[in-house]
Design a protein around this ligand. Sequence first.
Ligand SMILES: Cc1cc2nc3c(=O)[nH]c(=O)nc-3n(C[C@H](O)[C@H](O)[C@H](O)COP(=O)(O)OP(=O)(O)OC[C@H]3O[C@@H](n4cnc5c(N)ncnc54)[C@H](O)[C@@H]3O)c2cc1C
Length: 304
Amino acid sequence: MPAYLPFAVRVSRVQRLSPTFVRVTVSGESLAGFAGHGYDQRINLIFPLPGEDAGTLPTGPDWVERWQAVPVERRPPLRTYTVRAFRPDRRELDLDFVLHGVAGPASRWATEARPGDPLTVIGPVAGHPGPFNDVAWAPPAHAGRLLLAADEAAVPAASAIVEMLGPHNRATVVLEVPEPADVLDLTVPDGVRLVWLARSRGERLGPVVRELVADLVPVAAAAGPAREPRLASGATPEEPDEDDLWEVPTSEETVGRPDGFYAWLAGESGAVVGMRRHLVGERGMDRRAVAFMGYWRRGRAQAN
Ligand SMILES: Cc1cc2nc3c(=O)[nH]c(=O)nc-3n(C[C@H](O)[C@H](O)[C@H](O)COP(=O)(O)OP(=O)(O)OC[C@H]3O[C@@H](n4cnc5c(N)ncnc54)[C@H](O)[C@@H]3O)c2cc1C
């Protein structure tokens, strides 16, 4: 049995959180078999094409082959999202969507979502031995200083991580959203400093992260071993191809780091590439200390 399977769900609630965010709660008996892994757990969602119902959505262990066999113009689109919350007792998942217009199938679906609408969640199977790779968050065991930086697409993931931090974690969390009204009500544990930036006020993640890293990581400690080229396309590590931007140290790599600094940076690929260039190229930061994650790319749809 594969480690990830399709779970058939339906929308049970839709709650507008702010001008940019909508929370869509989905539920279904199938979620009795879903494994919630917490933190920034990512899942794939498959959306019915407009006017189509659950019958067109893939099911079963061989769903990949059957879904790929459908001609692309009739194939229900697949996109990556975050489990904002999972309530196994209620067989419910909260999914927080950025509304960015109706050009993208996911944003369009979320804009129009109504109770009863069908959706397929591709996620991990409870009780399966794995291995699973759906959680990128992997700080050192004794992380002394944590930095999380995210734009709106990664706000659900950063929020879920923040809510799971303990009072012993000294974390700085910077979240960039389109406008001040998008600041969400988050439960922040003691020891966590949360800063919201609003693009409409000219506030941007890149410069703030540079300043924070300069304060948090002294230059000597930042200079680590050179990073090996690990990019699939052959792009140099200093100038990675933005499509490749998913560089996430595993917990085996981060666990033994003596200084315990760990940064988790996620958002629009171009912005994350800029941060990577500064942290790795200019400051020589140890690649085991930072997870760089392009969550979306301006002007380009996610590959289906
Ligand atoms: C691990 C992971 C977790 C993610 N979790 C979430 C999540 O919880 N919530 C969430 O909203 N997104 C999340 N995303 C981002 C989401 O997958 C992308 O934004 C995706 O492109 C949306 O699909 P779409 O069909 O709406 O647009 P697409 O068809 O992919 O793109 C259509 C157009 O919209 C633009 N676009 C795409 N996303 C955005 C955006 N956020 N803002 C402005 N323009 C955009 C594209 O550049 C393109 O021009 C996550 C991505 C990853 C990799």
